[in-house]
Design a protein. Structure first.
Length: 255
């Protein structure tokens, strides 16, 4: 069942999204060599709570045997794809870091991620981040009513692969609203399943995860952190969006 949100519910999601977008700005400004991922997490949690909101990820239930998610952000460095647990890891010049944040306010979640450079990074790392970012914008062009989920997936995959990178298969985007993860799933690659037709009022987290090398990933022993199997860099770009009668709205960007 896909929940359809009213205009006023989408406005509430935009409020969560606005706090989230500002959180990402604060994190972006704080990222530099010598800063730990745990410090970034604390900045995010303080900012979110100061606005009367709750970090969606904190305490989230993981796989059997995994601890409940301990952070307010995911901080995934270099070959880490998603769900890097913030802590003592110190950023160094030339790293890339994917920061994923969830904000819950007034009954609604927003979810977004960006990959940032630490100091000066290689041309190839820059290219990876640019292609990942643009792949989101290619995908959202297809997030219009009447299309199917797979149209978003195809647009993302085409763009990424035509630039020589690969799309992660094992983790996908998702519907979002009163729950952080709602139906439908939104793969970033074409599947046999074309997915439901898009309707006005659907709110979706579109989140391409892009690897420099092969698309395969593996899970670390902490049962959270996902890394590329071949050790190459990975980038992530995510926004919460709303399908409308016209152009899609991005709810996790400052307007
Ligand atoms: N954006 C990620 C997702 O959609 C964030 C989940 S992290 C978790 O799955 F800790 F909350 F699981
Ligand atoms: Co998400």
């Amino acid at each position: 069942m896909i929940s359809i949100k009213s205009k006023s519910e989408i406005d509430l999601m935009r409020k969560s999204g606005e706090i989230l977008a500002k959180t990402l700005e604060i994190i972006k400004d704080a990222i530099k060599p010598g800063v730990s991922t745990g410090e970034l997490d604390q900045l995010a949690e303080d900012f979110i709570r100061k606005h009367g909101a709750i970090p969606s990820f904190k305490g989230y239930k993981g796989l059997p045997g995994a601890i409940d998610y301990p952070g307010s952000i995911c901080a995934s460095v270099n070959e880490e794809v998603v769900h890097g647990i913030p802590g003592l890891k110190v950023l160094k010049d030339g790293d890339i870091i994917s920061v994923d944040v969830g904000v819950y306010l007034n009954g609604f979640h927003a979810d977004a991620a960006r990959t940032f450079a630490v100091g000066s990074i290689s041309q190839s790392a820059k290219h990876l981040i640019e292609v990942t970012t643009q792949s989101f914008y290619e995908g959202i062009k297809s997030a219009v009513k009447g299309n199917r989920i797979v149209d978003i997936s195809i647009a993302i995959q085409k763009y990424v692969e035509s630039n020589g990178f690969s799309v992660v298969r094992e983790y996908v985007g998702h519907g979002i609203g009163r729950d952080m993860h709602e139906a439908p799933q939104i793969p970033n690659y074409a599947t046999r399943e074309r997915g439901p037709r898009l309707e006005a009022g659907m709110t979706l987290a579109i989140e391409p995860m892009v690897n420099q090398g092969k698309y395969q990933v593996k899970l670390l022993d902490n049962k959270w952190t996902v890394v590329t199997t071949d050790g190459t860099l990975s980038a992530h770009y995510e926004n919460t969006i709303a399908v409308t009668d016209g152009e899609p709205l991005i709810l996790t960007e400052l307007i």
